[in-house]
Structure formats: C-alpha cells, structure tokens
Design a protein around this ligand. Structure first.
Ligand code: FPP
Length: 265
C-alpha cells in the first residue's frame, strides 16, 4: 500500500480509494477476464484490433497497481483455447501485441520485482511468441515480488485434463491437493477475487478449479476503459464481502453458545 501512495498525490481521485483499502485484508491473488475490446472498438467505428491495442494500457496500469498493492499473484486471461476461432488476422495481431507488451514491460517487471509466468497450452503457440515468453520467464525468474501470470491458449477444462493425465502418470493418492499440485497454478494461492469487465455474467472456462471460493466482481466497463480507480473499487468491494467458505459467519461464537447451552441442559 505504501508503494501505491508513492505515486498518488493527495488531490488524485484514487488517493481516497487507496486510503480506504485495508492493507491487512488484501486479496492474495486477483484474476481478471479482460473482456470488451471488440465492443470498445465497434463503438468508435474502429477495427476490433484497435480495441486490443487500446487494451494494453489497462494491462500496464493493472499490473503496476497490483504490484504496488503488494498482491502475491495476478492472473490475466489474454487468450483462451476457444479464441483460435477468431479471424486469423486478429489472432496474429494479438500475438504481435503480446510481443510488444512483453518487450516494453520487462524493465517495469524488474523495477517492481515481478516474476512473470505464462499458463496454458503453450506448446501450440507460434515459435516467436514462445521464445518471447520463455525469455521473459527466464529473465524475471529470480524476482521475488508479485507473480504475474498470463493465461494464453488457456482453458480451465484443458488444464484439468492435463492435471488428471499427470496424476495418472505419477500415480499416488487422488485428492484435492494432488490435483491442485498438477494445475498450471501449482504453488500459488487460489484467486480470492475474480474481476470480469464488460458486464457478462460468465466465467468462460477460466481457472475453473481455482475460483471455487473466489468473490466475483463484474463491471460494465469495457477492458480498454478499465482504470486504476476501478481496480481499487473492486478491491474495496471485495473487502466488504462476508467470506464464509461454506461455514457461517459467527461459527466461533455459535460454537461457544451451543457448548454453553449443552452445559446448562
Ligand atoms: C476480449 O475482448 C479480449 C481478448 C480476447 C484479448 C485480451 C487482449 C488484450 C487485453 C490486449 C493485450 C494484452 C496483452 C497481455 C498484451 P473481446 O475481443 O472478446 O471483446 P468483445 O467481447 O467486445 O468482442
């Protein structure tokens, strides 16, 4: 939190939002479905790829803000296993933008001690994308701050299939820990907060296992318009939620009341 205040002037509208955040109750991991680039472009009579291009700035702002907040992990859904159905030119533009992003952000990643990883079926990506990803992963491997995961050619069901295959190959007990340990996100905390832009009420095959108890925040804002302020509002909204993980809020108090009632019977 302290690091975020380094860049916020007291008259910045985000200053009040940042001040309201409880630094002791931050989500450890935020996952984001970045949706609405196409609609953003259409509203401006621009080609869809202009929306993807405009989607890079909010990626930068979000990554930097999450790192400054001190999150442990941020996962961004950049390309799903279903996105290959899009026109070839759009898919190729996405790869080019990804390369531009990775090249331009390496310094920022180091400055914020960010460790970069990519999750998904990466083998199916074009060679130049894999090379760029590998070099960014390698270059940031020793960083110890926030882990930034880009989900690329990612599908939640595909991930579970891969995990089950690995489990069968490895043998051993089949339980929740054994599955979690074979997901692409092994070793990371599960997302506490899942943000989706552009208003659709869907999870779109994203981190299906990991979001079992995530709090959902859906905003009408299209991804290219997503700002630091909106991210801070999502975190504040998350901090108002009553997370019970299947239990009840006053479990501890009720336990002791029930115990007292039993004693007096
Ligand atoms: C969804 O919008 C967005 C994507 C499929 C791609 C996400 C890509 C970016 C945010 C741009 C660059 C990102 C990186 C990491 C370099 P959509 O096209 O489905 O929008 P629509 O639903 O309005 O058509």
């Amino acid at each position: 939190m302290k690091a975020l205040f380094d860049v916020l002037a007291p008259d910045d509208p985000d200053f009040a939002l940042a001040s309201a955040i409880d630094a002791d109750r931050l989500p450890a991991h935020i996952a984001i479905i970045m949706d609405g680039n196409g609609r953003w472009a259409r509203r401006r009579n621009l080609p869809r790829v202009a929306g993807h291009k405009a989607g890079i700035q909010p990626v930068r702002t979000t990554v930097e803000t999450c790192a400054r907040l001190g999150l442990r992990a941020l996962t961004l859904y950049a390309f799903s296993v279903e996105n290959w159905k899009r026109p070839r030119a759009e898919v190729e533009t996405l790869w080019r933008l990804l390369r531009i992003y990775l090249r331009s952000e390496l310094d920022v990643m180091h400055r914020h001690d960010i460790r970069f990883t990519a999750i998904g079926r990466l083998d199916a990506l074009p060679g130049f994308v894999r090379e760029e990803l590998d070099s960014t992963i390698e270059s940031t491997a020793a960083n110890r701050g926030m882990q930034l995961n880009l989900a690329i050619n990612y599908g939640g069901r595909a991930e579970l299939v891969d995990a089950v295959r690995a489990l069968i190959e490895d043998g051993g007990p089949i339980d929740e820990d054994a599955i979690s340990a074979r997901l692409y996100t092994a070793g990371m905390p599960d997302p506490d907060l899942l943000i989706r832009t552009s208003g659709e009420m869907r999870v779109s095959n994203f981190l299906l296992w990991q979001i079992a108890y995530a709090e959902l925040y859906v905003t009408e804002t299209l991804w290219p318009d997503f700002t630091r302020g909106e991210l801070l509002r999502a975190v504040l909204d998350y901090q108002k939620r009553d997370r019970r993980f299947g239990g009840i809020r006053e479990a501890v108090r009720l336990d002791s009341m029930e115990a007292a009632a039993v004693r007096t019977q």
